[in-house]
Design a protein around this ligand. Structure first.
Ligand code: GLN
Length: 486
C-alpha cells in the first residue's frame, strides 16, 4: 500500500478494497518502524488520525465522502493545527499549540483527508537542507548520508520513503521544489495568491506559498484543487475560479513551446544533473513539443535580491516572538529588556538570528533605500524577464537545483547553501508557479526537472508534468530504504 499514489489509494477506498482505518493504520505502523531513522516527523497524531479515518469510513458508507475522503497526509510543521503543536522547527515554538487551524488545514479536513502528523523542517523555513531544524536533520531515503533538501525536507522524505502518499510544504525560495528534486518526488509551488497563507507561520510574506509534495503530478492536481481558492482571511489570496486541475491533465503536448533559459545551464551545474535534464527535454520533443533557448538576463541578481527582501520581511515577521505572546519565554527575567533579549537568544537558532540581523540592518534608516528599495526594483526586473520569456514560449524548463542532494554536514558556509536555490528563487520573486518532476538520477541520488509557467497557469503546468509522467517511469522509482517492510 505504501508505494501507491493518492489517486490509486482513492480508487482502492472507493472500491472497498480497504478502509481508511486500515490504510492509515498501515501508514502509522510504517512511520513507527522507519521514522526513528529518517526523523521526518516532529509530531505524529496517531489517535486523532484513526478517529478521523473512522469518520471518513462512516461518511463513505453514508454516501457523503469528500474528494480526499480517508486519504492519509502529513503537514509541514509550519501550518497551524488546532490542538496540535506547531513548532515551525524552532525551540521558540516547541510548546506552541495553535488555537485555530490554517485555512489549508481546514480545507483538507473538509475534503475528508486524514492528517497523520507534522513534518520536520528547517527552522522557520530558513534553509535548503533541513539541517537548521531544532529537532535535528532529516535523512534522505535514497541515501541516508545525504540531506533531503529543505526547508520542507520532512514532507519530502516522508513521501519518498512511503510513510505518507503526500504532504503539504511551503516554498519561499525553493522549499517545495528543491526537496522534491532531492527526494525523487513531485512538488508544486503554486502562483503567489493561489493558496491561502492564513495560519501558515510567516517567514517572508511576499514570497511564501504553500503547496503539495506527492508521487505524481496527478496527485498534486488533486491536492491543489482542495487547497486553492480565495480566502477572506488572507488579503493576498486571489479571487479567481479554481479550475478542475485533474480534468485538464490530459492536454496534448503537440506544438507546446518550451524555453530553456540559458542562464539555467551555465557554470556550477553538475554534469550528471544536466544530462538528466537534457534527456527529459528530449522526451518532450519526442512528444511533439518545440524547444528553443531563451534568456532571463537578471537571473544573477535573484539571490542577492532575495537575501535582502526575505530577511527584511523575516525580521519584521519574527518580531512577534518576544516571550510575551507566543512560545518560549526565558526563566526569571529581571525586566522587559532582559525578557526580550534572553527569550530570543535562547529560542532562535543560528540561521534565524543571522537573517534577523541582516533584515534589521537593511531596513534601518540610511540603509533602507540602498538595500531594500533597490532589491524591490531588481525584483521588478526579474519578474519582467519571465513575462518577456512567456511572450515567446508556453513554459520554461531547466534543472530544479544545480546539484543532486549533498551529504549531511557538507555545506559549511551559509552562502554556499544559499546558492542551492539559484534556479528556484527568482520564481518566488516573480510570483509565478513552478513544479519539480523526477527526471533521473546522478549516481544513487534523484534529479529534478523544473517546469515554470505564467501566473495562474497551474493547469498547464500540471498537464505538462503529467504528460512526462505518462511517458517515463522516474516518478515510479522507490528507494531501497524501507522496502523490506510492508
Ligand atoms: N533556501 C531558501 C532560504 O533559506 C528558501 C527557503 C524556503 O523556500 N522556505 O531562505
Amino acid at each position: 500500500m505504501h508505494d501507491k499514489t493518492l489517486t490509486e489509494l482513492a480508487a482502492g477506498l472507493q472500491a472497498g478494497k480497504f478502509s481508511s482505518r486500515e490504510l492509515c493504520q498501515a501508514a502509522l505502523d510504517r512511520i513507527e518502524r522507519l521514522d526513528g531513522e529518517l526523523n521526518s516527523f516532529i509530531t505524529v497524531t496517531a489517535e486523532q488520525a484513526l478517529a478521523n479515518a473512522d469518520a471518513a469510513d462512516s461518511a463513505r458508507e453514508a454516501g457523503d465522502a469528500g474528494p480526499l475522503a480517508g486519504l492519509p497526509l502529513a503537514l509541514k510543521d509550519i501550518f497551524c493545527t488546532q490542538g496540535v503543536r506547531t513548532s515551525c522547527g524552532s525551540k521558540m515554538l516547541d510548546d506552541f499549540v495553535s488555537p485555530y487551524d490554517a485555512s489549508v488545514v481546514e480545507k483538507l479536513r473538509q475534503a475528508g483527508a486524514v492528517n497523520l502528523g507534522k513534518t520536520n523542517m528547517d527552522e522557520f523555513a530558513m534553509g535548503s537542507s533541513n539541517e537548521s531544524s531544532f529537532y535535528g536533520p532529516v535523512k534522505n531515503p535514497w541515501d541516508l548520508s545525504a540531506v533531503p533538501g529543505g526547508s520542507s525536507g520532512g514532507s519530502a522524505a516522508a513521501v519518498a520513503a512511503g510513510l505518507v502518499p503526500a504532504a503539504l510544504g511551503t516554498d519561499t525560495g525553493g522549499s517545495i521544489r528543491q526537496p522534491a528534486a532531492f527526494c525523487g518526488i513531485t512538488g508544486l509551488k503554486p502562483t503567489y495568491g493561489r493558496v491561502s497563507r492564513y495560519g501558515m507561520v510567516a517567514f517572508a510574506s511576499s514570497l511564501d506559498q504553500g503547496g503539495p509534495l506527492a508521487r505524481s503530478a496527478a496527485d498534486c492536481a488533486l491536492l491543489l484543487e482542495a487547497i486553492a481558492g480565495h480566502d477572506v482571511r488572507d488579503s493576498t489570496s486571489v479571487a479567481r475560479v479554481v479550475p478542475d486541475y485533474t480534468a485538464e491533465l490530459d492536454t496534448s503536448l503537440a506544438g507546446l513551446k518550451i524555453g530553456l533559459p540559458k542562464e539555467y545551464f551555465g557554470d556550477g551545474l553538475d554534469p550528471e544533473v544536466e544530462t538528466a535534464v537534457r534527456e527529459a527535454i528530449k522526451v518532450y520533443e519526442s512528444l511533439g513539443a518545440k524547444v528553443c533557448e531563451v534568456s532571463l538576463p537578471h537571473t544573477h541578481l535573484a539571490i542577492p535580491a532575495y537575501y535582502v527582501i526575505a530577511p527584511a520581511e523575516a525580521s519584521s515577521n519574527l518580531s512577534r516572538f518576544d516571550g510575551v505572546r507566543f512560545g518560549h519565554r526565558c526563566d526569571d527575567p529581571t525586566d522587559l529588556e532582559d525578557l526580550y533579549k534572553r527569550t530570543r537568544a535562547e529560542g532562535f537558532g543560528e540561521e534565524v538570528k543571522r537573517r534577523i540581523l541582516i533584515g534589521t540592518h537593511t531596513l534601518s534608516e540610511g540603509f533602507f533605500d540602498a538595500y531594500y528599495l533597490k532589491a524591490q526594483q531588481v525584483r521588478r526586473l526579474i519578474r519582467q524577464d519571465f513575462l518577456d520569456a512567456f511572450d515567446e514560449v508556453d513554459v520554461l524548463m531547466g534543472p530544479t537545483a544545480p546539484t543532486p542532494a549533498f551529504d549531511l554536514g557538507a555545506q559549511k558556509d551559509p552562502v554556499s547553501m544559499y546558492l542551492q536555490d539559484i534556479y528556484t528563487i527568482a520564481v518566488n520573486l516573480a510570483g509565478i508557479p513552478g513544479i519539480s518532476v523526477p527526471a533521473g538520477f546522478a549516481g544513487s541520488r534523484p534529479v529534478g526537472l523544473q517546469v515554470l509557467a505564467p501566473h495562474f497557469a497551474e493547469a498547464q503546468l500540471l498537464g505538462v508534468a503529467h504528460q512526462f509522467q505518462q511517458a517515463t517511469d522516474w516518478h515510479l522509482k522507490r528507494p531501497a530504504f524501507g522496502k523490506e517492510t510492508a
